[in-house]
Design a protein around this ligand. Structure first.
Ligand code: NAP
Length: 249
């Protein structure tokens, strides 16, 4: 079955791999990127697709409210033209390493919160509110095990603001899940999920840490696993690892 997916933060890494696999599986994708003219790898992927019209590329800077609103409007227009959105993946994120609580500046902390917490939540809010008669089936936030509070990793030096931004994301998405259930109507069928993609070899992971990262995987393995989890899991507000294990908040 062909569905329409929205992937936000689709220019590189895990987001780009989501687009690649979804197109390969025959789906339609609306890909949101910070800067279309700099999304070379996504533009190339689209150009090699046998049916490039299945990939719509739109600007969405997750730190800019006006950009998010324009993106939501374009997704709304696409829905009116027949591309009803089934699933949304909020993938955009940053890690400016190191980001220690004892060292980082106000703007550095704010940038992590704007990009990893506030932008994804506001973007999801605008997309879920587009059409009360036809909200998305699933809203998936790409979080991180660094945001787990019950499994706090005190040895993860340099991940203060990043971990805090993902912990705040996890808490806010659970509120979103509960609010949609309380709202009733078709919104109560929307399932909100958080996902840890694993330790994935992307630009974000290409940093010199003071410890060995165990079990790192390639983006294709991570995304294949996450697509399976997204299809299978339907408990709204739950947090999953890419390989189907429950992730602790
Ligand atoms: N890699 C890992 O091991 C790992 C582990 C746990 C969680 N994660 C999470 O997985 C997600 C994807 O990470 P990745 O590893 O694929 O990182 P990446 O290779 O650095 O890619 C990050 C993506 O986010 C986009 N982005 C950043 N700021 C944005 C903004 N203001 N507006 C729109 N898009 C923006 C980037 O776009 P530009 O090209 O414009 O910069 C890029 O497409 C992130 O949320 C990250 O926190 C990754």
């Amino acid at each position: 079955m062909t569905d329409t997916w929205v992937i936000v933060g689709a220019s590189r890494g895990i987001g780009l791999e989501f687009v690649r696999q979804l197109l390969q599986n025959g789906h339609h994708v609306i890909a949101g990127v910070r800067n279309v003219s700099k999304a070379d790898r996504l533009l190339e992927l689209k150009s090699h697709c046998t049916t490039p019209e299945r990939c719509i590329i739109e600007e969405c800077d997750i730190t800019n409210e006006e950009s998010i609103q324009k993106f939501a409007n374009r997704v709304g227009d696409a829905a009116k033209e027949g591309l009803k959105v089934k699933n949304i993946v909020l993938n955009a994120g940053i890690l400016q390493y190191p980001n220690r609580a004892t060292e980082l500046s106000f703007p550095e902390f704010a940038l992590h919160l704007h990009t990893n917490t506030i932008g994804p939540i506001i973007c999801a809010q605008k997309l879920v509110n587009l059409d009360p008669e036809s909200p998305p089936s699933k809203i998936v936030f790409i979080s991180s095990d660094s945001g787990s509070t019950t499994l706090f990793r005190d040895d993860e030096d340099g991940f203060g603001a990043y971990g805090a931004s993902k912990a705040a994301l996890n808490q806010m998405l659970r509120h979103m899940a509960a609010e949609l259930t309380r709202r009733g109507g078709k919104w109560s069928d929307t399932c909100v999920l958080a996902m840890h993609p694993g330790e994935v070899q992307t630009d974000m992971a290409n940093i010199d840490l003071g410890w060995e990262v165990k079990g790192s995987i390639q983006p294709d393995e991570s995304v294949t696993g996450m697509l399976k989890v997204i299809e299978e899991k339907d408990e709204t507000g739950s947090f999953w690892c890419w390989d189907g294990r429950l992730q602790y908040d």
